[in-house]
Design a protein around this ligand. Structure first.
Ligand code: NOJ
Length: 539
């Protein structure tokens, strides 16, 4: 049964990538006062909470996922006072602020790491993970972003471990002093009034590089439970862990309804479907629709009653969904809305990444324009391996993290109204056509579709409580399902193709009320990317 302190089960969460959302001071980089100036927009959309990508002090090697001071705001984003004001002003609109906790690693400029790499006898040395050189080993390092490696520090005559970039040394979670320092910091933020946390790469926290174990290490859930007991038991606090390695079995532990770990995790099984088998995300393949249906079905049914799903397609690491699984040309508006209707009918907490609610698209940058550390690493590595630039560009334009990091498109003024200065990353050329000013209050727009979906989720219990059942599992073109409670049924039918198709569910639909669709008039066939959501039950 629904428990009001689980408000997040009825909520929709909006992700803000601060550097790309709204710039208030003309330096070309978004900031906290800019976010405050857009709270009315987010209130109009109807979201309940904002997950802020990292705003703490950082050298910005990985855009803030390299923290050098957990208890201060990076000057590029504003001040602690700005943050307090954001928490207050969002709160006045019923919107909670969730912070992004980067607990797996710090910046190499964090004072802990500076002390740690000066002397083996400094207590901070044990805050990080070190190993001695092997006999005959020549210090060197050539690992790419995310692959994990060791970096030599002459002053201590040892290597430190890092999972992401060399500028992001991994913290030693086996050291209780590290865990306590992080818990104190988390509580310091909770005392300031933040409503919850997103935990960066939570599945890495229990790693043991000496055993070659990177994710789902033997002590992972012990640590998560300890952190939860120390920090997350305040009523109403919401937590979501980023866990690329989660299976439904593992996710049930993280999101156990007893609340001993987290509220939910981001799992990525669906996100990994459109890549060539055995390859990486850069090796492109079309989305296999049947596999996508199976994956979503499994997560919907396996977590029911014993866990909780997050529902998402986009974030600051992923491409724009309308370009990825929809059609960002002729059927951009229809396919963006179809994907929204499909996701918002499911059980879980939906997340919207800034601009997704406008149907923002991938960005056509040239190779030398990419700024993201991961993409730059891929370009260098693939050039060295002999890939040609056209190939590399195809991968980057499909999957680079910069696709979603272009400035938010507010209006058709210069730089899309994002800044009066020069934006840190080029604005997508399509901003005159795709922007918030053209969509808010305009019936049939992608924005109004998301807004209506948020309202619907709050109006009917079936969205929170209905049991999921996949229909037409063998169909190659349609994704359809029901959600059912004792009093209500929801039916969602989506055409994933850019052509008109017969509707095998027309008879079922006839006895139900249309809640929302992405075409203005009714018809019995399914038009390109058409989506319809029906309901039957008490009013
Ligand atoms: C996941 C974050 O979402 C990503 O942006 C970051 O680069 C890595 N974790 C490392 O912190």
């Amino acid at each position: 049964m629904y428990n009001p302190s689980d408000w997040w089960k009825r909520a929709v969460i909006y992700q803000v990538y601060p550097r790309s959302f709204c710039d208030s001071n003309g330096d070309g980089i978004g900031d906290i006062p800019g976010i405050i100036s857009k709270l009315d927009y987010l209130e109009t959309l109807g979201v309940d909470a904002i997950w802020l990508s990292p705003v703490c002090r950082s050298p910005q090697v990985d855009n803030g996922y390299d923290v050098s001071d957990y208890r201060d705001i990076d000057p590029m984003f504003g001040t602690l006072e700005d943050m307090d004001r954001l928490i207050r002003e969002a709160g006045a609109r019923g919107i909670r602020i969730l912070l992004d906790l980067v607990l797996n690693h710090t910046s190499n400029e964090h004072p802990w790491f500076l002390a740690a790499s000066e002397s083996r006898s400094d207590p901070y040395h044990e805050y990080y993970i070190w190993r001695d050189p092997l006999p005959g080993e020549t210090p060197g390092d050539a690992a790419g972003f995310g692959s994990g490696s060791w970096q030599w520090v002459p002053a201590v005559g040892q290597y430190y471990y890092y999972q992401f970039s060399v500028w992001q040394p991994d913290l030693n979670w086996a050291n209780p002093a590290v865990r306590q320092a992080l818990y104190d910091m988390i509580n310091w933020w909770a005392d300031r009034g933040v409503g919850g946390f997103r935990l960066d790469v939570v599945d890495h926290l229990g790693k043991d590089p000496s055993l070659g174990v990177k994710v789902n290490g033997p002590r992972l859930h012990e640590y998560v439970r300890e952190m939860s007991a120390a920090c997350f038991q305040r009523p109403g606090l919401v937590t979501v862990g980023e866990a690329w390695s989660a299976t439904p079995e593992i996710a049930k532990r993280y999101s156990d309804p007893d609340g001993s770990e987290l509220s939910m995790v981001f799992q990525f099984e669906h996100i990994l479907l459109d890549q060539a088998p055995g390859g990486s995300k850069w090796d492109l393949a079309p989305l296999p629709l049947k596999a996508f249906k199976q994956v979503m079905d499994r997560w919907q049914t396996e977590l029911r009653g014993c866990g909780w799903n997050s529902l998402f397609y986009e974030n600051h690491d992923l491409p724009r969904i309308v370009s990825r699984w929809g059609d960002d040309g002729e059927f951009r508006e229809q396919s963006a809305q179809m994907l929204a209707i499909l996701l918002f009918g499911m059980e879980g907490t939906p997340y919207i990444y800034e601009g997704q609610e406008l149907g923002m698209t991938n960005m056509r940058l040239d190779l030398d324009e990419y700024q993201d550390i991961e993409t730059r690493g891929m370009i260098d590595a693939r050039r060295a391996e002999g890939y040609d630039d056209a190939d590399i560009l195809r991968s980057a334009r499909a999957k680079s993290r910069d696709n979603a990091r272009t400035p938010m498109q507010w209006n058709d003024a210069e730089h899309a109204g994002f800044t009066t200065g020069t934006p840190w990353l080029r604005v997508n050329e399509n901003y005159r056509e795709i922007n918030a000013a053209r969509q808010v209050g305009v019936s049939g727009s992608v924005f109004e579709c998301y807004r209506a979906l948020i309202r619907l989720r709050k109006a009917y219990p079936v969205f929170t409580e209905g049991a999921f059942s996949l229909l037409l599992p063998e169909d190659d073109d349609l994704f359809a399902y029901t959600r059912t409670t004792a009093d209500e049924t929801l039916l969602v039918v989506c055409n994933f193709r850019g052509r008109e198709l017969p509707d095998p569910l027309a008879e079922t639909e006839a006895g139900m009320t249309l809640l929302i669709g992405n075409y203005p008039d009714a018809q019995t066939t399914l038009r390109p990317y058409e989506a319809r959501m029906y309901r039957k039950g008490e009013v």
